[in-house]
Design a protein around this ligand. Structure first.
Ligand SMILES: *Cc1c(COP(=O)(O)O)cnc(C)c1O
Length: 236
């Protein structure tokens, strides 16, 4: 691994190459730098190299870190959110990629309104049906999308998924493709503009981009291996 700036450059080059191969515009995919377990100094270093979008998976960790970081960054929550932390999350984050219940969505909307903020939300879908993963089963998603009309301060803009862990990035392709197909079907059925697909991480971002990702969430590829594997979705 090089410096954070060098790593960012090589991840951006991977994104650009994948976009070119897939015939997508280079700006069609945004890089979310996943700074979980890393301190504000790592975020500052990435920000100094031009990175603006950052992802965190725990509200408490983000609450300690964000005030120590430059003020012009955009923060995205990518981990499971408990309703009792929704008020804090609504103040810290501009985006929540991990909405996994109707109740959470309504709670976030209420807190965003109280904070005078607007949030963008993605519904996390458990495409594979794996028991251990969080996210909604596809069959449960339409009920959540149906709330969109009633929300005032939260806009549902797309879907997120985490495929099962696999060595071979190609193993994720079917999951990414399925998320896109579900999105197409739900967008047509609801009239919602579900433009955003948050999928792909360090080891499988090329496959995700080929299947339509608009956000890739990259931690290790930018900041290096995490000392201790952080829970991928669970809020401590
Ligand atoms: C940690 C995490 C990532 C980043 O994973 P890397 O393999 O380090 O790129 C992406 N998405 C979620 C939800 C995460 O928790």
């Amino acid at each position: 691994m090089g410096s954070i700036a060098e790593n960012l450059e090589s991840v951006q080059a991977r994104i650009a190459a994948a976009c070119a191969r897939a015939g997508r515009a280079p700006g069609a995919v945004r890089l979310l730098a996943v700074s979980k377990t890393y301190g504000p100094e790592a975020v500052r270093e990435a920000a100094a190299a031009g990175q603006r979008l950052f992802g965190e998976n725990r509200v408490q960790e983000a609450a300690a870190k964000i005030p120590e970081c430059p003020g012009n960054l955009e923060w995205h929550l990518i981990g499971h959110l408990q309703s009792n932390k929704a008020a804090l999350a609504a103040r810290l984050f501009e985006w929540v990629h991990s909405v996994d219940s109707a109740k959470l969505l309504e709670t976030l909307d209420r807190h965003a309104a109280e904070a005078g903020r607007t949030l963008r939300a993605l519904v996390q879908v458990n495409v594979s049906g794996e028991r251990a993963k969080s996210g909604l089963a596809p069959a449960a998603v339409p009920e959540v999308l149906a709330l969109a009309d009633r929300l005032r301060n939260v806009q549902i803009v797309g879907l997120m998924t985490i495929p099962p862990l696999a060595e071979d990035p190609e193993a994720a392709r079917a999951h990414f493709r399925k998320l896109r197909e579900l999105r197409d079907a739900w967008a047509a059925a609801t009239g919602l503009d579900l433009a955003e697909l948050s999928m792909g991480m360090t080891h499988d971002l090329e496959v995700a981009i080929e299947e339509g990702a608009t956000f890739v969430r990259v931690g290790t590829g930018i900041f290096g291996a995490r000392a201790k594997p952080a829970p991928e979705t669970e809020e401590a």
